[in-house]
Design a protein around this ligand. Structure first.
Ligand code: FAQ
Length: 311
């Protein structure tokens, strides 16, 4: 790498400046961003699937309209993120190929099933809640296009989080069966959401370099702790119990202590063998293939517009 360009890059990072697509950047920085942004994009579009299952079964027109809007937003987030990744010189088709062939990762959380209606509320409250906690610091990421995409994504995620929490609040004011449904759902999702922040800092191979480059601003463990501290009081208001007997306020640390996350189960899921990995991937591949005619039509239309403009 040319030393004078490297020095300029480092100085920009040290001064908390932004790197833009036309700027020189070290190859490893570019690769890290392509990895993280594309994994993030894949998570958004695979993330449409667990909740999409419930659109046709939503309990009211209002809940159905909200859910359609939310799932559509996730598709939009995928679009912003693929566009941000493209500014680094990769093609969307290649990124999607990597997803569809099982080579690329996406968030572990979307490989678990949505078993009852409360799961839609819990995903909004906890999964979107964890996503926001992780994404707010990414609004200050050193790569300009990623940081700007994150600003809009975070605004939309906060609507997602609130609609989920509100849906659960309504169920908690309902029948005993509805309350039990919420508790069951939270029991199944709580630990999986804590794992969304990634492995403990000591086992996180990309963290140190990601922090040095200003891509990551807060560590996996610190974000996890912030999420727990913010969520415990919300659980109290809701009137549910979080399924962790070790969860308790630690006066000295000024944080909640919590129990052991099952990292073996996490890695099994990340490596393709979770409960729904195969189903998610085959649904995604089918959706992509079924959508071929839409992409063909859009391209044909764009070509016609271009020809007309040249006349
Ligand atoms: N799942 O060294 P680190 C959403 C992988 S939000 C799967 O710590 P890094 C919104 C990691 O990729 C969810 N894999 O890595 C929504 C790496 O593997 P590699 C998406 C995971 O990058 C809500 C290896 O472990 N959000 O979609 C996970 O420094 C509701 C070592 O890990 C983002 O992607 C995991 N949970 O930190 C949509 C945010 N954690 O690449 C629909 C952007 C780690 O070496 C409905 N990403 N791995 O093969 C990030 O902030 C970071 O990439 C982390 C991981 C924090 C996820």
């Amino acid at each position: 790498e040319p030393p004078e360009l490297m020095a300029k890059f480092d100085a920009r990072i040290d001064a908390d400046g932004r790197i833009e697509p036309q700027d020189w950047m070290p190859d490893a920085y570019r690769k890290t961003l392509v990895r993280q942004i594309s994994q993030h994009a894949h998570s958004e579009i695979v993330g449409m699937l667990p909740e999409g299952n419930w659109i046709s079964r939503a309990p009211s027109l209002k809940r159905k309209a909200i859910l359609i809007a939310k799932v559509q937003d996730e598709g939009g987030h995928g679009q912003y993120l693929y566009s941000a990744a493209e500014t680094l010189g990769v093609s969307r088709a290649d990124l999607l190929d990597a997803l569809h062939s099982g080579k690329a990762k996406y968030s572990s959380i979307f490989n678990y099933p949505t078993l009852n209606w409360a799961d839609v509320g819990t995903i909004g409250w906890l999964v979107d809640g964890a996503a926001i906690m992780n994404q707010v610091p990414l609004c200050r990421c050193s790569y300009g296009p990623y940081s700007r995409a994150m600003i809009r994504v975070c605004k939309e995620e906060s609507f997602h989080q609130r609609q989920g929490y509100e849906a659960l609040l309504v169920m908690m004011r309902g029948t005993d069966e509805q309350k039990a449904m919420v508790q069951d759902s939270v029991n199944r999702w709580w630990w999986k959401c804590l794992a969304m922040f990634g492995p403990p800092d000591a086992d996180s191979p990309h963290s140190a370099q990601g922090m040095r480059w200003g891509i990551k601003r807060v560590s996996n463990d610190d974000l996890r702790q912030k999420f727990i501290d913010a969520t415990v009081p919300q659980a109290k208001v809701l009137g549910i119990t979080l399924p962790d007997p070790d969860l308790k306020w630690n006066e000295e640390r000024g944080h909640y202590d919590y129990g052991q996350i099952d990292w073996d189960e996490f890695w099994t899921t990340v490596n393709g063998n979770g409960p729904c990995n195969k189903e998610r991937l085959s649904t995604r591949v089918k959706a992509h293939n079924d959508g071929q005619w839409v992409r063909d039509a859009a391209l044909a239309h764009a070509r016609k517009q271009q020809q007309r403009a040249m006349k």
